[in-house]
Design a protein around this ligand. Sequence first.
Ligand code: DDK
Ligand code: ZN
Length: 435
Amino acid sequence: MTTLWVLFIFLNFDLLLQTGQCTKTSGQVLSITPNTQEQVEILKNVSTQYQTGLWQPVSPHNIKELTKVHLYVPGNSSETVRNLLQRHNITHEVMLPNADEIIKMQMRNDSGDPRSGSTFYYRYHTLEDIYDWINRTAHDYPDKVKAILVGSSYEKRPLYALKLSLNNRPNKKAMWIDCGIHAREWISPAFCLFFVHYSLSFYNINAEMTQILDNMDFYVLPVMNPDGYKYTWTKNRMWRKNRSPQKGTSCIGVDLNRNFDANWCTTGASPDPCTEIYCGPFPESEPESQAVANFLRSHKESIQIYLSIHSYSQMLIIPYSCTEDEAENHSELYEMVKTAADNIKRYYKNIYTYGAGAQIIYLAPGGSDDWAYNLGIKYSFTFELQDRGKYGFLLPPSDIQGACNEALLAVKTIALKVMEKPQAATSSRQAGPAA
Ligand code: DDK
Ligand code: ZN
């Protein structure tokens, strides 16, 4: 009998220890589906309290019935939040039980060692390592790559775009690609690095890439929001905005993808600095968005294609996101993203949705793509890369290769399609007879 009691106590003690450990161990990402309007309201509250991080949708305002919400819940509020959901009978499951471990894994994989070979592009890198890589790349390919200083961030970090120009043909058109507008979307800068590397390595090897680079230059800005990116490595992995302080509040940062002058700060953006979709005090108020806007304004005769890389949800987005109106060349753009998505499905068996932003996600005014489009860059796109449904922003390094290859295929598809077009629209802006 005594033995049984001892055993009983021992087992329960063990259980106590385990639960004790569990609450301490890790933050989690929950996938939650509100079934009623009442549950929607509860979720909106939960997502603004308990220091949780809303991953999807981007703002509590966009939470609606029967649509999945992804919520990062840090270890210390995990029990409270799950109890609350249970109490209100809100359907939820754990999408990522060990979020904190995965965060560590993503950082452990960093190394600036150039001798670590091809796997360099299938790891995430600190901001310092990305700056080193930019220097190294410009240095190693002096006749093909130039680092152009397009501006600086709020905290005075340089914004370098790499210009890839693989031959000396005059008057080439160009494509602009920016990565890392949103700090926590780490796959985005990883794609820009991968893309530059691929272009330099596969010119004269891959037929399509050769054809594209023979006719087109690329401007690649690997990290448009360096202050935010740095912050995700050092302070808060889930940071989205830039890091500029705002008047009259302790809340920091502007959503750079709401800060451009395209139906600025209308529905889908917020004038509240404490939200993730804060539009800033006025259009182009932020040095990062202003730098990109200035560069595009001064190169709009040559830049024919604009592309901004984000994550996650696997989408190929065309204008407009700032209004429900259709873009003037909607069907042409739609055909391009459809073909790109079809190619991705065929080669990689992965499904990307495509279409006008306002139709396929939500109204998102003040975006760089819509602004570039209105500037006259009529082939304007935003890609949302992987994950495939489990990791969200914490896409493991082992998935970088797949995500980048899919996006690369979409870039190639679009570049080749644009090259087929008669260049009337762009060349007519230049004075004098067409070449
Ligand atoms: O900025 C957003 O909320 C997402 C990327 Se995370 C893109 C929204 C559509 C494109 C708006 N320019
Ligand atoms: Zn984004």
